[in-house]
Design a protein around this ligand. Structure first.
Ligand SMILES: [Zn+2]
Length: 415
């Protein structure tokens, strides 16, 4: 039975039963990691299957996580490791086909008429590759303009966008903000000719942030949700919601006792995915999320909606409530002045906002206005200072990283 058929037969079992649990368990048992982890577990009872943690994946031998023979593997990836030891991730050739199909069939609707400028980093992370595979499948043209390459600084990307006028640009959301702000400051009209949409991935995108980025670029933005370990999971519909339409994934939202929370309540995200290269069972990656009825979106999809609130470690404890990164974004992107880049430093007695405005005069009145607004929204002491989170001189320069020159010519004589 194909995963699609499994999925169809399982739809009637409710929002948490997206895929036959048997399929997930048998996929997981292909890896040595799960053979060992589940050796004394009665897998017939789903709720008795222990959660898989980020730490376990970090500590595991990458080869133990393999869900298939190495001959079937197409690519190897790792998480950035910025919050600890990196986690490995394997993608089989079948996974590659599925990722491409899933992206092409989303509301993004890539076709052979598209020219995609791919600004996702092309080193270790997965989103850049997913978009590239999707371009190959849909016969869309592709430009690799990796965020992680010295060959493509911000100004170079702007030049390429102006020169070839891509129809789709993929960005980490912060890059969409930096490059969009930079283009505006250079009086480059946005949207550029032919541009029809953006694809955002790799960071939380709250509704207000999405709206801000769409206004900056003048085109709709789709967001992609997933991770290096899981691969691409869900792509937003044209109304901006993640419908849980993934034939090989099962989502659970859990409370602190690892029990499912009711629909419409926030809890810890746990994902099971029957990915051939690296299957995962009840993987709780530290993200917070919520599932809402499909009817909470008016696009017509019958699949429930996932709201992603970001990492639990990014949550801020306020006097009367806990604020997720998603909720904090909605506050920051509704302020009278939205920065190009920002960071909140949380202290026991204060939240310090570092605000990088670019191409705009910064006044004391603006700073005081922002402090007042943020204090009102958060109900705690707030300070705002204008700063350079990224080097502004670097934004407008194009360093010449090029091939090594073996021969140099000079016009002056030496003797
Ligand atoms: Zn929708």
């Amino acid at each position: 039975m194909s995963p699609e058929n499994n999925y169809d037969s399982f739809c009637s079992k409710g929002v948490f039963g997206f895929i036959m649990e048997d399929l997930l368990i048998s996929a997981a048992l292909q890896s040595n990691f799960y053979k060992k982890k589940l050796s004394n577990v009665n897998v017939r009872e789903w709720s008795k299957i222990p959660l898989t943690t980020k730490q376990e994946l970090r500590d595991a031998d990458p080869y133990d996580l393999l869900g298939t023979a190495i001959q079937n593997i197409a690519t190897y990836h790792e998480t950035s490791g910025t919050t600890g030891k990196p986690s490995p991730s394997w993608f089989s050739f079948d996974d590659v086909d599925m990722e491409a199909k899933f992206t092409v069939e989303s509301h993004l609707r890539l076709t052979e008429d598209d020219l995609v400028l791919n600004r996702f980093p092309f080193a270790l992370a997965i989103p850049s590759f997913i978009l590239y595979w999707a371009c190959q499948l849909s016969r869309a043209a592709h430009i690799a303009a990796s965020k992680s390459s010295l060959l493509t600084p911000h100004m170079r990307v702007i030049e390429i966008i102006e020169r070839v006028q891509p129809t789709v640009i993929t960005f980490i959301p912060a890059e969409a903000e930096i490059i969009g702000t930079l283009a505006r400051s250079l009086n480059i009209p946005l949207p550029t000719k032919n541009l029809r949409c953006l694809v955002l991935g790799g960071e939380v995108v709250s509704p207000k942030r999405k709206k801000y980025i769409e206004a900056l670029w003048g085109v709709p933005a789709f967001a992609s949700f997933g991770s290096t370990e899981t691969g691409g999971l869900f792509m937003t519909c044209h109304h901006g919601n993640y419908h849980m339409k993934n034939p090989i994934a099962k989502v659970e939202i859990l409370d602190e006792e690892a029990q499912n929370v009711p629909l419409g309540e926030k809890g810890e995200f746990a994902i099971s995915i029957a990915r051939e290269g690296m299957p995962l069972l009840r993987y709780a990656n530290g993200d917070m999320a919520e599932i809402r009825e499909a009817t909470s979106c008016t696009c017509g999809s019958s699949y429930p909606v996932l709201v992603h609130y970001g990492r639990k470690s990014d949550h801020i404890a306020l006097k009367d409530r806990t604020l997720s990164l998603y909720e904090l974004q909605d506050i920051v992107y509704s302020l009278p002045y939205v920065p190009m880049l920002w960071r909140a430093q949380v202290y026991p007695d204060q939240i310090k906002f570092h605000y990088q405005m670019f191409g705009m005069e910064k006044t004391e009145d603006m700073r005081l206005c922002l402090e007042g607004e943020l204090r009102q929204h958060l109900g705690v002491d707030v300070s705002v200072n204008f700063t350079e989170l990224v080097d502004e001189a670097d934004l407008t320069s194009v360093p010449h990283y090029s091939k090594f020159h073996y021969v140099e010519h000079f016009t002056h004589v030496l003797v």
